[in-house]
Design a protein around this ligand. Structure first.
Ligand code: APR
Ligand code: PHB
Length: 410
């Protein structure tokens, strides 16, 4: 027998977007149910990004999710840009009048929100199968799934939030013609990422352009490093035993007198890189948020921050729609988010193409990259442009106050 239920917002996906949306809606008294096809343990362990804009940190604090983030997050004033064997610090705090970035892994944010939601008695359905959305042209769309115990559910919703990532089902459920544009770019390289039991050899994150390719030295805690190497898009990870990874990191990141601390590799994987934007981010009462609507390459660390910005706007719009009966913000949701998405897409694409090197690259291209990097570390105007875009845009708010929220991000 199928269990028939009702909720205000049916949320597909328990990544940072879906979880935070359900938390913000709850703060505003709007009920939701989150349906996720993976296990809780899988969602809490999946290695992803870890660099938060100060606007993201402020939103999480305001939503009551700042406890462990403030205790364990690593607050940085800026980043290092490295090229031609020189390392330069770019101080975002000074350039932006106080904005910063915080290292706090996505896995930790996911754990914090799951714990908060469960403590509030939330409906989180992990290990759901056969998840589908239907009746998108009706006033009340339907969310269907089978729970972990094998029970089939049919949930009548007032709105559905597609927070199920790039490979999810919600975007693909939009009827033909419902998405106006789908724009995409792939890059001929990927990132080989490692998590290592090795204290970071830097106080702030290093973005490094090297003739062998890009390298990034990030971290998770004072004991755990997170490092990346540019590799070909179709690279076989078996070609990268740990010794080779450390040797290449040491080579690309080298500067005079600096030492890279190495240690056991806890995890390694290769991520492909793409830009993707689907618009509009709404079809009637289905709203897309986070990776379900857009993907950026990881250079610039925008993916998680965009997901948070989307759901801050979406929680506000849905609260106004479902609690107050006003559709103005729901109607503005897609355009509002897409302005930020395209700013971030430009930043990510620009940083990616400025810092990655393809084998046999035209020397003209290399000189252009170096000229841009030199400009960033010598011109205050150029550095300020990077700092403003990297640390975030307009403040994120989830209070359903249209005047406060819907200002341009520019
Ligand atoms: N049914 C239910 N859940 C699904 C389905 C489905 N058919 N398909 C995917 N999901 C789940 C995934 O298992 C995942 O937990 O949706 C969730 C989507 O989460 P994310 O991929 O983390 O996307 P999002 O929440 O938008 O967060 C964006 O994640 O990819 C990174 O860099 C990106 O940091 C950014 C963040
Ligand atoms: C990370 O810490 O994982 C990280 C940092 C900066 C990026 C991408 C990833 O641009």
């Amino acid at each position: 027998m199928t269990v028939k239920q009702r909720t205000q917002v049916g949320i597909v996906g328990a990544g940072p977007a879906g979880l935070l949306l359900s938390h913000l809606l709850d703060l505003a008294g709007v009920d939701s149910i989150v349906v996720e096809n993976r296990s809780r343990a899988y969602c809490e362990a999946r290695q992803r990004a870890g660099m938060l804009e100060s606007t993201t940190v402020e939103l999480l604090r305001a939503a009551g999710l700042g406890g462990r983030l403030d205790a364990e997050g690593l607050e940085h004033d800026g980043i290092y840009l490295q090229f031609a064997g020189e390392r330069h610090h770019v101080n975002f705090r000074e350039l932006t009048g106080g904005r910063w970035v915080t290292i706090y892994a996505q896995t930790e944010i996911v754990k914090d929100i799951i714990q908060a939601r469960l403590a509030d008695g939330a409906a989180l359905e992990f290990e759901a199968s056969g998840v589908s959305v239907a009746d998108l042209d009706a006033d009340r769309p339907m969310l269907r799934y089978t729970d972990a115990a094998g029970q089939r559910h049919e949930v009548t919703c007032e709105a559905i939030a597609g927070c199920d990532g790039f490979h999810g089902i919600t975007r693909r459920s939009i009827p033909r013609g419902g998405l106006r544009t789908v724009t995409e770019r792939t890059y001929p390289y990927g990132w080989l990422g490692i998590l290592a039991q090795a204290p970071p050899s830097t106080d702030e994150v290093i973005y490094c352009r090297h003739d062998n390719g890009f390298a990034l030295h990030s971290m998770r805690t004072p004991q755990i490093g997170r490092l990346y190497l540019q590799v070909p898009a179709d690279e076989d990870i078996n070609r990268w035993p740990d010794d080779r990874i450390w040797a290449e990191l040491r080579h690309r990141l080298a500067t005079p007198g600096w030492e890279l601390t190495t240690g056991p590799v806890l995890e390694k994987s290769i991520t492909s890189m793409r830009s993707f934007v689907a618009a509009p981010m709404r079809y009637r009462n289905l709203f897309l948020a986070g990776d379900a609507a857009h993907i950026v390459p990881p250079t610039g660390a925008k993916g998680l921050n965009l997901a948070v910005a989307d759901v801050a706007a979406l929680a506000t719009a849905l609260t106004r729609l479902l609690r107050d009966g006003q559709s103005d913000l729901a109607d503005a949701y897609s355009d509002h988010c897409l302005e930020r998405v395209w700013r971030a897409t430009h930043l990510a694409c620009w940083m990616t193409t400025m810092m990655h090197v393809v084998p046999g690259q035209d020397p003209f291209e290399s000189e252009l990259q170096l000229a841009q990097l030199r400009n960033l570390v010598t011109s205050r105007a150029a550095a300020t442009m990077l700092a403003e875009n990297y640390t975030g845009y307009a403040p994120l708010r989830y209070a359903p106050d249209p005047a406060a929220l819907w200002t341009s991000v520019a």
